[in-house]
Write a protein that binds this ligand. Sequence first.
Ligand code: ARG
Length: 438
Amino acid sequence: MKLWGGRFRKAEDQIMEEFNSSLDIDRRLYFEDITGSIAHVNMLTACEILTEDEGQKILDGLKSILSDIEDGRLKVEGDYEDIHSFVEVNLIERIGEVGKKLHTGRSRNDQTAVDTRMYTRKKAREVIDVLVTLKESLKKTADENPVIMPGYTHLQRAQVITFKHHLMAYYEMVSRDIKRVENALENMDENPLGCGALAGTTHDINREMTTKELGFSKAKANMMDGVSDRDYLIELSSAFAVLMMHLSRLSEELILWSSQEFDFIEIDDAYSTGSSIMPQKKNPDAAELIRGKTGRVYGALMSLLTVMKGLPLTYNKDMQEEKEIFFPALDNTISCVKIMSHMIETLKVKEESMKRAVKKGFLNATELADYLVKQGVPFRDAHGIVGNIVIYCENNEKGIEDLTVEELKTFSSDIGDDIYDYIDYENILKKGTKVELL
Ligand code: ARG
């Protein structure tokens, strides 16, 4: 079952075979491996390196392997070193001697490079799709809930905002996340197939042909870079790390908001779980898992950077580890974005509870200071005056808007009857947060 037995006098130790095998990880590349091989064979035939008849037999064999895998007749398993060995050995078993010509002018080094790149490209596009859906969910829930709520700094009530404004901040973040993935996709759009082991091949191959057939814009300019470049996995992991950081911040807010302490939202039952002992519990597990998985995606970025650090050119077996690191990060990113979309779309906003919180946080204090500024009081002095009013309110368990003008005037004679319009929460919102612009 080995592709390279010739120069060996002794069999590989079984423990080494298990250690070396990547089939468990790279079996998911079967489609790209076969598609890449088909493009390679088409090219070899067009360049007359294979005869028409040889090319056709190999193509038929590859296609039958692909359909057998897809229909479940052939399981991608067994004592194979990797997906490349699996396909080639199966091909030779099916079509005999001519199958041994498949690997002409090619190495597993450019093969794994092209397979992984094509698979990753497909999945990165899926990441963009789920991010676009998340943006839509955020926008929809935001539009449906232009309700008043406290905005925070230092997790202390700060100024009045709307839930819509808050959610649309995440919409902006996700828009940038999409750009980062698109940018990585653009950078990785180069075909490494044809770079061979590291120095190309003396066969007169046509790299433009496979480049076109496999949907790349250009062939890798430098063969050694072609087989060594894993930048795209790092760039994507970095984009995923940033987007997971955004999801994690949003998760944290959902967790806080759904607590009894905040009581601002209710996460749908479908994305919550209960407790095996405490019957009353409804836990925000989905948000917590997203927050937790963020750490794993960060870990993938650091692992990939570390695997590549100090590797001499060109291919080194270390690189096989990258798939084992990157694929789970990719899977987790996609499932987290999906779950977040569902959670956002189905959550219920507790409008009354948010309003109550607004009333309790002196969220119109800044606007009272601004009012004084309009009467000619320097801002720093206005700030001090309002600070004193806040202490007075705290002592009397009142909001600023509950004070009479007489009470207010004891702090500053510049305060007049028109003050209530200025410190009315809805009025502040209309002037300040420009909700209509979002
Ligand atoms: N399974 C290997 C990987 O994923 C394929 C390339 C092996 N090449 C080699 N010369 N051993 O990296």
